[in-house]
Design a protein around this ligand. Structure first.
Ligand SMILES: [Zn+2]
Length: 340
């Protein structure tokens, strides 16, 4: 009943002129936001977008597809909350249409909606050694094209924040970049937003460092690893292979926060005693519905985060599985039983 009331009140709000709706929506919807989703820790002071609980009254018609929109499935078939595609300008801090009611109506402006935590989820959860997880799933075979990170609280499992950038290759001609992006992102209909927003890897890392600094996860000191946080990747490729390769191409020193990580496949193997070759296998075995487009980095990252949330709820202790020696660059794997 509460949901129906939200829908009807916001339908009325949609009729207001756009110049007046933003602040009104904020004040009207705030009580609903806090009742439907529990807030993250205040120390991280993440500002909730006003439309975090903005309901959509009807499913998006297929004719309404726009640039930056991604086809996704509803997280739960039984969910009464209608699903909206994510605004990929917003995820990169570059949406200029937050006052446009029809834009807000069409696009989701909060990753929180795809990463809900069940009230009983903590019942079986075990104490964790780390406080935060940074789920990362890079895209790009020749050079990195997308750098998406989802941050969750290791104890409450709740979504805290995200960092998402499309990455412009540095060692490629414009023509080759165009073909590469058409082939990679054209099929999702997000090649335009890629071209509008992509920045070189060095800039991405500088912005990422500001972001982890803002969350007090890292200080720019010589050789500092993350503070009570770790990356989670699906496999070792992202941080063992791809980031060091990209740093060479971009003529950057491998940053100290990339020296250790958690390979979710190893945790999965040791916890469930089953080998999973990839994210899709894990999701199938755990019967977690997929959201979004497979191989769009931000969507894969959301889906891996959903697996992490489930594993935490099932009682897994998620800890570092691989560590790189800062001088020799040699990678040591910390689990005896691991995916090779
Ligand atoms: Zn937007």
């Amino acid at each position: 009943m509460a949901l129906a009331r939200v829908s009807s009140s916001s339908s009325r709000l949609l009729l207001l002129p756009s110049s007046t709706t933003s602040s009104l929506l904020h004040s009207f919807l705030r009580p609903f936001s806090t009742s439907h989703f529990s807030a993250p820790r205040l120390s991280h002071s993440r500002s909730f977008p006003v439309d975090a609980s903005f309901p959509q009254t009807s499913p998006l018609p297929s004719t309404a597809r726009e640039e930056g929109e991604v086809t996704e499935e509803a997280p739960r078939p039984t969910s009464r909350r209608p699903w909206k595609p994510t605004c990929l300008y917003y995820t990169q801090g570059k949406c200029t249409m937050m006052d446009d009611v029809s834009h807000l109506e069409k696009f989701n402006h909060s990753l929180l909606l795809d990463l809900p935590v069940n009230a009983s989820a903590a019942d079986k959860a075990k104490p964790q050694k780390l406080d935060y997880f940074l789920v990362l799933d890079l895209e790009g075979k020749v050079e990195i094209l997308e750098f998406p990170v989802v941050m969750i609280d290791a104890h409450s499992m709740e979504f805290i924040d995200s960092f998402h950038r499309f990455v412009r290759p540095t060692g490629m001609s414009e023509q080759r970049i165009g073909e590469y992006i058409e082939g990679k992102y054209g099929k999702f209909g997000v090649d335009r937003v890629w071209h509008d927003t992509a920045i070189p890897f060095g800039e991405v890392l500088r912005e990422f460092e500001d972001w982890i600094g803002g969350h007090k996860l890292w200080k720019q000191k010589q050789g500092e690893s993350l503070n009570s946080a770790a990356f989670i990747t699906c496999g070792n490729w992202d941080l063992k292979t791809k980031v060091p390769e990209q740093c060479k191409v971009s003529k950057l020193k491998l940053p100290s926060y990339f020296m250790e990580w958690i390979n979710l496949k190893d945790i999965y193997l040791n916890f469930y005693n089953r080998r999973a070759t990839g994210m899709m296998t894990m999701m199938r075995e755990l019967e977690i519905p997929i959201v979004g487009s497979h191989h769009l980095g931000i969507d894969d990252t959301k889906n891996i985060t959903r697996v992490v949330q489930r594993m935490l709820a099932d009682g897994a202790v998620i800890q570092i599985t691989a560590r790189r020696h800062p001088d020799t660059s040699e990678v040591k794997f910390l689990f005896k039983n691991r995916i090779r």
